[in-house]
Design a binder for this molecule. Structure first.
Ligand code: UT7
Length: 317
């Protein structure tokens, strides 16, 4: 029986940092409000001309380096993003050309903040059936390009960045299980127009923050229970929670539900803001490179975002 394991992780953050104090000069907000309500202190912003695929390439090469895998050996690319460089070719294909792994299937999917988790779930299945051997899974976003910088209720939340993992076949499960969900009846609580439905005139992120918050806490609570139950795993078996980084208060609520002290929770929202599909792989890579997450440890990953879409997974790193 073939399983998939994480052979390497990588991430990239653009150089430019936008602090809460910078935002105080742009909209009617304060560092104190942003920190108290979200935990966010700063976020990274892509340079002019820097794209989602530019950032993804840096993250992908870092993951490949860690895994000792040459770019040409990649034979599958699943790319989660809501801020693609182009309508087509998709970001996976654009990345494939840069890595030089010609012929490898490559696609992107747009499930907002759950994009990386959806991509991970699909890539895992291809590795487990033997159809892929070196599967690159990406989450990358340039959300700064779809933020209304005059809207204080959303401008303070989001950031840019990219994260990547490389999956390889293994004898024992690395990706133990993934659980994907969606409920499109919530479409109006968090959305961004700009697609081909020209009646959707709002081309920047719109969010009913309070309602999203409430649904996110409840839904993520149920998602983590589902993952534990599906695997017969106790809360106390977990080494780390690697959550979607939208709001520190949502993360704390999820940790409480798991009886997990915050020392066992990876939080990068303070430095990265909400990077949507990039947030989970960015948090994972940050923790791996800091020597916090170690080989053999048991991780619970989760994400929740526009749609709504949500996902969780159990991973033996
Ligand atoms: O990644 C996808 C999933 N996204 C999320 O999970 C985000 C979920 N939502 C949230 O994280 C929170 O709802 C927010 C951080 C967006 C907002 O926090 P909140 O505690 O829910 O605040 P609120 O929206 O209820 O607003 C409270 C007050 C309002 O003023 P009044 O009506 O009480 O006078 C807002 O106008 O705070 C005001 N406000 C601000 N004040 C200063 C809203 N944004 C700001 C701001 N600075 N940036």
């Amino acid at each position: 029986m073939i399983h998939a394991r994480i052979a390497g992780t990588g991430s990239y953050l653009p150089q430019k940092i936008l602090t809460n104090f910078d935002l105080e000069k742009m909209v009617d907000t304060s560092d104190l409000w942003i920190r108290e309500r979200t935990g966010i202190e700063q976020r990274h912003i892509a340079a002019d001309g820097e794209t989602t695929v530019d950032m993804a390439e840096r993250a992908a090469r870092a993951a490949l380096d860690m895994a000792g895998c040459r770019p040409q050996e990649v034979d599958f690319i699943a790319f989660g993003t809501t801020t693609p460089d182009m309508v087509f070719p998709n970001c996976g294909v654009l990345l494939q050309a840069r890595l030089g792994c010609r012929g490898a299937p490559a696609f992107s999917l747009e499930t907002a903040c759950s994009g990386f988790m959806y991509a991970l779930s699909i890539a895992d299945k291809f590795v487990r059936t033997g159809e892929a051997k070196r599967a690159l899974v990406i989450g990358a976003e340039t959300l700064s390009r779809i933020v209304d910088w005059n809207d204080r209720s959303t401008a303070v939340l989001f950031g840019d960045g990219a994260g990547a993992v490389l999956l390889e076949p293994a004898d024992s499960p690395g990706i133990i299980s993934t659980h994907l969900h969606a409920d499109g009846t919530y479409r109006n609580l968090l959305y961004c127009g700009g697609g081909m439905d020209l009646s959707q005139t709002r081309r920047t992120i719109a969010m009913s923050g309070n309602e999203v918050f409430r649904v996110a806490v409840g839904t993520l609570g149920r998602a983590i229970e589902e993952t534990l139950r599906a695997n017969g795993v106790e809360r106390s078996d977990l080494n780390w929670l690697v959550p979607h980084q939208a709001n520190l208060r949502i993360i704390q609520a999820t940790a409480r539900r798991l009886d997990l002290p915050m020392e066992r929770v990876i939080t990068t929202v303070q430095e990265h803001g909400n990077t949507s599909a990039a947030s989970v792989p960015l948090a994972l890579d940050t923790a791996v490179r800091a020597g916090r997450i170690k080989r053999g440890e048991l991780l619970l990953l989760e994400a929740f975002g526009g749609g709504f879409t949500w996902a969780s997974g159990l991973v033996r790193y």
